[in-house]
Design a protein around this ligand. Structure first.
Ligand code: ATP
Length: 320
């Protein structure tokens, strides 16, 4: 294993830069040549590839986004495009690849691994929707971004005695809503994993109002079937409280990564290079408890997510 590549693919996530830095520096430390592949698989098949030096990754650990940029590539999923990607890897002599991205990106990596490339997958997505790892790179930063928005909303919401529905990211996975809702003391958290019980929501809001609460906060993940405006209308109609909607949108994707994300990314990036050095087969890198783990890439992608109902129960109890 003498030459490796690193790419970021799919949606960007804060901490991807820290992961790239860790991969590049760990490789150079171990005297391995390392190439940065720009714009994910799209850049790979176009040969948008550059050798990385120690200084190529200077001053990026604190930055959100990804210095290698990212893309989604339809062409890579076609046989001809896929073959071009393989040819590029061969041209550059790259026999080990670190892929940083979400489920789709890691699936792309799995296809490359079936074609003989050693692939290490790093979970880079704010959604935290990969089953094999407790946390993904970018999730903690996104939760903290939501939390800071919630704090601001709470101030104005209290001043006016309003209810606010805060829409956060999460089409299939409610973790951003769940963790930011618990940390932000939301009255109610709605996720795609659980049914919406409008009667229970309104009952809780009225209970709070009756004991003198000045505001109510409902966090709704974007993937919940009942839309934010419909939800707000229903709450206003049933509780009599003026209810506003705030959609946080892409603010959740950016920003300087938290210490936790930088540390996670650094540890995972280092582990990926370690595994490539040991000539391991393709693996997915994750975290369980305090330990960085690695498991077979295919097995990792076959795992089904288990919904953390106990955190939801806790949030529910603490927001009585
Ligand atoms: P996010 O969680 O932010 O959506 P992601 O990595 O899941 O990130 P996708 O758009 O699903 O984002 O995937 C990124 C790219 O990976 C795709 O554009 C495509 O090039 C490649 N890819 C996705 N799924 C596959 C697959 N099954 N086989 C081969 N390549 C794939």
């Amino acid at each position: 294993m003498k030459t490796i590549g690193v790419l970021t693919s799919g949606g960007d996530a804060p901490g991807m830069n820290a992961a790239i830095r860790a991969v590049v520096r760990s490789a150079i430390y171990n005297k391995i040549q390392v190439y940065g592949i720009r714009r994910g698989y799209e850049g790979l098949l176009e040969g948008d590839i550059e050798e990385m030096e120690v200084s190529s990754v200077s001053d990026i650990i604190q930055r959100g986004g990804t210095m290698l940029r990212t893309a989604r590539s339809e062409e890579f999923m076609e046989p001809a495009g896929f073959q071009r990607a393989l040819d590029m890897l061969e041209n550059f002599g790259i026999n080990g690849l670190v892929v940083i991205g979400g489920d789709g990106s890691l699936r792309g990596g799995l296809e490359l691994s079936k074609a003989g490339i050693k692939v290490m997958g790093l979970p880079g997505t704010i959604d935290n929707d990969l089953a094999y790892t407790e946390f993904s790179i970018g999730f903690d930063t996104a939760v903290n971004t939501v939390l800071s928005a919630i704090s601001n909303i709470r101030d104005t919401s209290s001043s006016h005695g309003r209810c606010t529905v805060v829409e956060v990211m999460g089409r299939n996975c409610g973790d951003i809503a769940l963790y930011s809702g618990l940390a932000g003391g939301a009255e109610y958290i709605l996720t795609p994993e659980e049914e919406v019980d409008i009667t229970a929501i309104c009952k809780k809001i009225i209970q709070g109002k009756n004991r003198g609460k000045l505001h109510s906060l409902v966090i709704r993940a974007e993937g919940v079937a009942l839309g934010s405006s419909e939800l707000a209308d229903m709450i206003e109609c049933r509780t009599g409280l003026e209810t506003r909607v705030v959609v946080l949108g892409y603010t959740q994707r950016g920003g300087s990564p938290t210490a936790r994300d930088r540390i996670l990314a650094s540890r995972m990036g280092y582990r990926a290079v370690e595994l490539l050095l040991s000539d391991s087969s393709s693996r997915a890198i994750g975290i369980k408890g305090a330990e960085i783990i690695d498991i077979d890439l295919m097995e990792a992608l076959e795992m089904k997510r288990v919904w953390n109902g106990s955190i939801m129960d806790l949030a529910d109890i603490l927001s009585i």
